[in-house]
Design a protein around this ligand. Structure first.
Ligand code: DX5
Ligand code: ZN
Length: 214
């Protein structure tokens, strides 16, 4: 069964505690937290203090998606609260070293690729990854349209990780909804990030159920 990692980026942060309770009750697998620095992406979201509060409030695994420049500068701070800790292949750190460091810090390591990067570029990093995140929109904003080019990347990453005998979660992020979720799952995604699709719903639990039963 596919895992769901709701992105809280488009939620009302003043009702986040209630929303997290509802999502937990709906059976989501983790919570996707989008950290943006206004440099790597043209938007600013939230940082360590918010993630620290969420961690103190909930037992749900935290899936932290760093969209920040040279992420190695802040990795220790985020690692205190993250379960999955991911950063961008394009963000200017030594990718292999950072993946190793994330594991040493006790988190699951995740590398993320933007739409401009190919699957093949990260093949040699796969043994260092517990999860790979394929962006299906340009990072920076929720509510964008799914880019089908992500599907081919998911298939290639699935084939390569199987060839290498690795068990890696394949996560897809951006524009996931009732129509695009089945396509992503068919291509090999094992974790779906969903922002607007869940947070615009009258009943989030129904949509979680729908995706989990695809
Ligand atoms: C975009 C973020 C996504 C986004 C997903 O930069 O990484 O996690 O919030 O939102 P939806 O599902 O609305 O595209
Ligand atoms: Zn994200």
């Amino acid at each position: 069964m596919v895992k769901i990692s709701p992105s809280v980026l488009t939620s009302d942060f003043l009702s986040l505690a209630d929303d997290i309770k509802k999502l937990e009750a709906a059976g989501v697998d983790m919570l996707h937290l989008d950290v943006m620095d206004g440099i790597f992406v043209p938007n600013i979201s939230f940082g360590v203090p918010v993630i620290k509060s969420i961690k103190a409030h909930s037992n749900i695994p935290l899936d932290v998606h760093l969209m920040i420049d040279r992420p190695h500068r802040y990795i220790k701070e985020f690692a205190q609260y993250a379960d999955y800790l991911g950063f961008h292949y394009e963000a200017g750190s030594d990718n292999a070293e950072l993946l190793k460091e994330i594991r040493e810090l006790g988190c699951k390591s995740c590398i993320t690729i933007k739409p401009c990067s190919s699957a093949e570029e990260i093949f040699d990093l796969l043994p260092l990854c517990d999860m790979v995140l394929v962006m299906s929109v340009e990072p920076g904003f929720g509510g964008q349209k799914f880019m089908p080019s992500a599907l081919d990347k998911l298939s290639k990453l699935k084939a390569e990780s199987e060839r290498l005998g690795l068990e890696i979660e394949l996560e897809v992020d951006g524009g996931i909804n009732g129509e695009t979720a089945p396509l992503a799952i068919k291509a090999g995604a094992t974790v779906l990030v969903a922002g607007n699709y869940l947070f615009s719903a009258e009943n989030m639990a129904e949509r979680v159920d729908y995706i989990k039963n695809i």
